[in-house]
Design a protein around this ligand. Structure first.
Ligand SMILES: *[C@@H]1O[C@H](CO)[C@@H](O)[C@H](O)[C@H]1NC(C)=O
Ligand SMILES: *[C@@H]1O[C@H](CO)[C@@H](O)[C@H](O)[C@H]1NC(C)=O
Ligand SMILES: *[C@@H]1O[C@H](CO)[C@@H](O)[C@H](O)[C@H]1NC(C)=O
Ligand SMILES: *[C@@H]1O[C@H](CO)[C@@H](O)[C@H](O)[C@H]1NC(C)=O
Length: 427
């Protein structure tokens, strides 16, 4: 059995409904139980109130509220808003609130998109020679942050140990559904006295105009049911995946600053949460943990027919810094917050996992390779027996790539009464 990691016992933070009891206080278990019950009752009351309010018929299938007319520029968020209605707090509380506020915004502070194409580029010869998708990318490269359409500020309330965030697009409802039924299922405890495991999907808006209205309403409904969608007002295209990356990191910095660990991945992978949690059991959140399927000295692809083609005008160096495949990786929450600031110093790069490697390089942190992450494919041989071998999946942490029917079937097999040879377990 893994021992309880020390990091769990953090000091009560402001605004938390039920701060954990201090570890040194000599409370008896009985007192703890009463305290817990009281907190639970209070939390339930709040939850019921929120639920009832949010289900008023008018709001049920409403479009997201229109952005306010405040002239706030998308690319340069203004300073934090400090509430002046602090008279009811004692002076000490106010002081703390101000210090916290000075570190960063308390809520998503981008409410309008006011970012026009950088037409300066059109005069430059190298730009005119680029493929249309790269021109599109460069036109809007300076537009860094967009408003939120669906948010869940409450997601990290209480004691959350692991936050699982999954990149998804609006049309792939079936993938989200399969993940909720399998590896993305939330848990109240990660085991060994650790906190909860929570799940969120990260989305932009439909990339095709005709899909937008219809799917947006369905998504709002899906979010009412599950409460697990974060959506931002940018087009969900391949090159905008980097936007998704930096939007999530900014979100985390605001709404989830104390989570010890984060798993981030795609919606077409198989994840073994039991193994993830076992792996994390002897890690400390203050470590620079960043682990996945790491590529060393990868070269930018110069063949135009490849999905990952990058013209020399966009990246001229011979190789990329080390990076972990975006299909699925683990990182410490504290490192993720530092990454947020590091990424803000760089220009956006169209490949999201490479971009994150660049941010890590700014911090001087090297990602760690682990055998259990197979995000660049299992075997070069497509017909390899491994692709269908449940004992293999049981031994892994993340495997690319499984679509909903395969994922559901494999999940069932892995959790059946399986007898695996020792050799595979060690893989
Ligand atoms: C948007 O930007 C344009 C040009 O920079 C400016 O004229 C306009 O006032 C801005 N609008 C808002 C709402 O900020
Ligand atoms: C375009 O060029 C002008 C003048 O050099 C500069 O002020 C402006 O910031 C540039 N626009 C962008 C989006 O870089
Ligand atoms: C990214 O999203 C923005 C905002 O919706 C859009 O203007 C831009 O064209 C998108 N970029 C690419 C490369 O698709
Ligand atoms: C599972 O396997 C064990 C040992 O191989 C066996 O004793 C047990 O009966 C099996 N259970 C089921 C439900 O098949």
């Amino acid at each position: 059995m893994p021992t309880i990691p020390k990091h769990r016992l953090k000091t009560p933070s402001q605004g938390q409904l039920c701060p954990p009891l201090s570890r040194r206080s000599p409370h008896s278990t009985r007192k703890k139980t009463i305290y817990r019950s009281l907190c639970l009752a209070l939390a339930l009351l709040v939850a019921v109130t929120v639920f009832q309010r949010s289900l008023t018929p008018g709001q049920f299938l409403q479009e997201p509220p229109p952005p306010t007319l405040e002239p706030q520029r998308a690319q340069k968020p203004n300073g934090p808003l400090v509430n002046s209605n602090n008279f009811w707090k004692n002076p000490k509380d106010v002081a703390t609130a101000m210090t916290v506020a000075s570190q960063g915004p308390q809520a998503w502070d981008v409410t309008t998109t006011n970012c026009s194409a950088n037409i300066n580029l059109t005069h430059q010869a190298w730009f005119q020679g680029l493929e249309p998708q790269f021109r599109q990318f460069l036109f809007y490269r300076h537009c860094r942050y967009f408003p939120m359409l669906l948010n869940h500020p409450e997601k990290c309330g209480g004691d959350v140990y692991l936050l699982m965030v999954i990149k998804s697009v609006i049309t792939q409802h079936d993938r989200r559904e399969a993940i909720r039924q399998t590896w993305g299922r939330e848990r109240e405890s990660a085991g060994g006295g650790r906190g909860a495991v929570r799940t969120l999907f990260l989305l932009g808006t439909a990339s095709k105009q005709d899909e937008r209205m219809h799917y947006q309403q369905l998504l709002a409904y899906e979010d009412r049911l599950y409460g697990d969608i974060l959506q931002w007002d940018f087009l969900d295209t391949f090159f905008n995946l980097t936007l998704k990356e930096i939007h999530f990191l900014k979100w985390l910095d605001i709404y989830c600053p104390h989570v010890p660990f984060i798993f981030k991945g795609d919606d077409d992978v198989f994840v073994n949460p039991t193994n993830l949690l076992e792996f994390l059991a002897d890690r400390q959140p203050q470590e620079n943990l960043f682990v996945g399927d790491v590529m060393q000295h990868a070269r930018p692809i110069r063949r135009k027919d490849n999905k990952y083609y990058i013209p020399g005008a966009l990246y001229s160096k011979a190789s990329y810094p080390p990076y972990a495949g975006g299909g699925g990786f683990l990182m410490a929450g504290s490192l993720a917050r530092r990454l947020h600031h590091a990424c803000d110093t760089l220009e956006l790069y169209p490949i999201d996992d490479v971009f994150l490697g660049m941010c890590l390089e700014v911090l001087g942190v090297r990602p760690t390779a682990h055998e259990g992450f197979k995000t660049f494919g299992i075997s070069r041989n497509r017909n390899s027996r491994m692709n269908k071998e449940p004992c293999f999946f049981r031994a892994m942490l993340v495997v690319h790539k499984l679509l909903p029917p395969e994922l559901l079937a494999m999940w069932k097999l892995v959790h059946s009464n399986l007898t695996c040879s020792r050799k595979l377990q060690l893989l």
